[in-house]
Design a protein around this ligand. Structure first.
Ligand code: PGA
Length: 228
């Protein structure tokens, strides 16, 4: 019997870009179709409006760029998973920018991932070299089975210098071995419409986490169309 094709995830991370009007325009102009899982992660305050606009475009899913490590409570300024879960399918946790600029620790990232899993959403846990093993050590097998991991080498993010597909594939294989679970591993770092297919063709890579190339509807549509 033929093996079912692995699902491919194409996740756009808008980071701290766009006004609400620009986000609305993106959705209005997006008409991409795909057999794969395609999602964008807009800034948090836009999630409810994006969810409303995307009701008739189920092929474009939503994710959050972050979440609180705490549930509802006296945590001023935090956004708890309960506030996100009706609007998003995915939550990025531990992006290297969160780790670097907001001092997120491995323990905090793991606590966030657990909030997401417990709420029934899928965390996209970002990891990088040379900290990979210590970052993964915070999770159990049953948690790996409910998450996606994004491997994002620091030198490749926003630099226009992606990892080679061979290196990224070898890292994805290492992550799957360390996790000892069938966890989807995405590659992230300077992914574009021009290079996406070389990553998704790798046997250990299940898609991409995309920053810059997800910002414009044309570049995002082109990227999505390259993955058949
Ligand atoms: P980039 O960002 O695609 O702009 O390199 C990737 C990321 O930070 O997830």
């Amino acid at each position: 019997m033929a093996q079912a094709a692995k699902p491919v995830y194409l996740i756009g991370n808008w980071k701290s870009h766009k006004t609400l009007t620009e986000a609305e325009e993106f959705v209005a102009n997006y008409s991409g179709t795909s057999d794969h899982v395609v999602a964008i992660c807009p800034p948090l305050p836009f999630l409810p409006r994006m969810a409303e606009l995307l009701k008739d475009k189920p092929l474009l899913k939503l994710g959050s760029q972050d979440v609180s490590q705490y549930p509802y409570g006296a945590y001023t300024g935090e956004v708890a998973i309960e506030m996100i879960k009706d609007f998003a399918s995915f939550v990025i946790v531990g992006h290297s920018e969160r780790r670097r600029y907001f001092n997120e620790t491995n323990a905090a990232v793991a606590a966030k991932a657990r909030q997401v899993i417990d709420a029934g959403l899928t965390p996209i846990v970002c990891v990088d070299e040379p900290y990979l093993e210590s970052q993964l050590a915070y999770f159990e097998k049953n948690e790996f089975e409910r998450m996606i991991i994004a491997y994002e080498p620091l030198s490749a993010i926003g630099s226009g210098k992606p990892d080679s597909p061979e290196e990224a594939d070898a890292m994805a294989q290492k992550i799957i071995q360390l996790a000892a679970a069938d966890v989807p591993v995405l590659y992230g770092g300077s992914v574009t419409a021009e290079n996406i297919a070389s990553f998704t063709a790798c046997s250990n890579i299940s898609g991409a986490l995309v920053g810059g190339a997800s910002l414009e509807v044309d570049s995002w549509t082109a990227l999505v169309s390259k993955v058949s």
